[in-house]
Design a protein around this ligand. Structure first.
Ligand code: MLT
Length: 423
């Protein structure tokens, strides 16, 4: 399934060049393109072959509904203000506007995190990449398997892995999360690494870790002296009261954990771009130096602050009216998830997630994920995401995203039932 990249790589290697610059060899280790552009490429090919097909995307988790009015208005007002002498501002603080940092800390981490421990950014994906640069090229890494491909791919880019061995990358500690272990890794069998990436609710399985599980994870990281990067991008989708919405609810996490989060899936900001990363001041490297100070150095050097217009939108999200709108949007996508989950369940599939996350994880045992992806695209004109794109343990699954208009979700359900409902 990775053939296109091999072909591209071979072709590139034989091209003539005027450059006498060697390629970063780590890029040669990466598999194909990044997962989602590769899916988009296959979608385009399908559309070209079937020009009349009305393709529905349940692939990349991209929000579809318009920005809520109060939030959109705040950004429009900020943009209009920039056209006036009083409303104009240039560079802002690289760490984010004070009012937004305060609002993030008090809304999501009351009594747990101080405003100056919150760094506003252009999104979690970008922060994860910047974190990798800060950690440096001599670190060992663990990641859930399956998980958001950015953790592994940026680790490869940094040179912190060997080559791909046909299953996974040598040097990465894959923490397998499958139905067999209730989507929580067996930590007794997990090797110590410098950094642990952990996403809860997990993308793609939709599994949210319980308080008890997170206590185990924090203890594991503390016992090993590992730094935990906790990705909470879907935390507000959690329904289960036993699943914390931030790692800082767990005692001792503030000495070992960085948390990343984003407005993308909460307020429809996938295109707007606004996220944040929490770096507690208690985090210290082995030599006693401050992780917070280094992250501040990173952001002030490599980032110029999130757009002032967008930060006005973020601040609006955290006002009572904005919060109400944001939760309305989240609930809408959660209903989509329920509809999709019920559909697959009724058809007799093993289906996971969909309750604490906007992703439904559907089992097709014994079938390669890319084949299932291709079959669903061919027979239903629906784009999903092949589970193996999220790691070796995702093989045999596909992910259906709940981000879509209600009409598209209902039409997708109709098509799924037509093709898979009578098996
Ligand atoms: C996904 O589909 O996994 C995510 O939407 C991609 C992202 O957030 O970058």
């Amino acid at each position: 399934q990775r053939l296109p990249s091999v072909a591209v790589r071979c072709a590139a290697a034989t091209e003539q060049s005027v450059l006498k610059v060697s390629r970063n060899e780590n890029f040669g280790k990466l598999q194909a393109g990044y997962l989602f552009p590769e899916i988009a490429r296959r979608r385009r090919a399908h559309q070209e072959a079937h020009p009349d097909a009305q393709i529905i995307s349940l692939g990349i988790g991209d929000t579809t509904e318009p920005l809520p009015q109060y939030i959109a208005d705040a950004m429009a007002k900020a943009a209009a203000g920039l056209g006036t002498r009083e409303g104009y501002s240039g560079y802002g603080a690289e760490q984010g506007q004070g009012a937004l940092r305060e609002a993030l800390a008090s809304t999501f981490y009351p009594g747990m995190v101080a405003a100056d421990e919150v760094f506003v950014s252009d999104g979690s994906k970008c922060d994860i990449s910047r974190l990798q640069v800060m950690f440096g090229a001599d670190k060992s890494i663990a990641a859930q398997d399956p998980s958001y491909p950015v953790y592994v791919d940026t680790t490869v880019m940094m040179g912190n892995t060997g080559t791909h061995n046909g299953t996974g990358f040598d040097g990465i500690e894959y923490m397998v999360c499958t139905p067999e272990n209730n989507f929580f890794p067996d930590l007794a069998k997990t090797k110590r690494t410098d950094i642990i990436f952990f996403c809860s609710p997990n993308n793609p399985t939709g599994a949210a870790a319980t308080r008890g599980q997170l206590k185990q994870l924090v203890k594991f990281a503390r016992d090993n002296g590992s730094l935990l990067v906790y990705d909470a991008a879907y935390a507000l989708y959690i329904s289960n009261p036993d699943c914390p919405k931030t790692i800082y609810e767990i005692e001792g996490a503030d000495e070992i954990a960085i948390e990343t989060c984003s407005f993308s899936k909460y307020a429809g900001f996938t295109g707007v771009r606004l996220g944040w990363t929490v770096v507690p001041k208690k985090l210290r490297y082995a030599d006693g130096s401050s992780v917070h100070a280094d992250w501040n150095r990173m952001m002030t050097t490599c980032f110029n602050g999130a757009s002032n217009i967008v930060q006005a939108g973020g601040l609006a999200c955290l006002q009572p009216e904005g919060l109400k709108e944001m939760y309305g949007l989240i609930n809408f996508y959660k209903e989509n998830a329920t509809i999709l989950k019920n559909t697959f369940q009724e058809m007799g599939f093993s289906v996971y997630g969909g309750e604490d996350a906007p992703y439904v994880w559907v089992g097709f045992p014994g079938k390669p994920s890319w084949d299932v992806f291709a079959e669903i695209l061919e027979k239903c004109n629906i784009v999903t995401t092949p589970g193996s794109g999220f790691g070796p343990a995702g093989e045999g699954f596909v992910r259906a995203s709940a981000f879509g208009s209600r009409d598209n979700i209902m039409e997708a359900v109709r098509r799924f039932k037509e093709v898979y409902g009578k098996q």
